[in-house]
Unconditional design. Sequence first.
Length: 83
Amino acid sequence: MRLRVEFTTEPFDLDEAPRHALVAREVIEAAELDAVDVGPFGNTAEGGADSVLTAVDALLRQALEAGATRVSLQVNVIGEGSE
């Protein structure tokens, strides 16, 4: 199964990226995912179910530890396939 995760972290800071946003970006970019798109108002990543779910776990834990007060995410099944 393939998954797509879309997420944002808060609080926002339009002047510079807060630490929790940078940490979330680092987690997703370091994960074993097929496609990653990071931006100032939202982030998307795709990959096999195990890889995405592992990355989401790390993302939640590390972003909250880095000062995020809210993490909004959506996970969608985008196709079937092996890991």
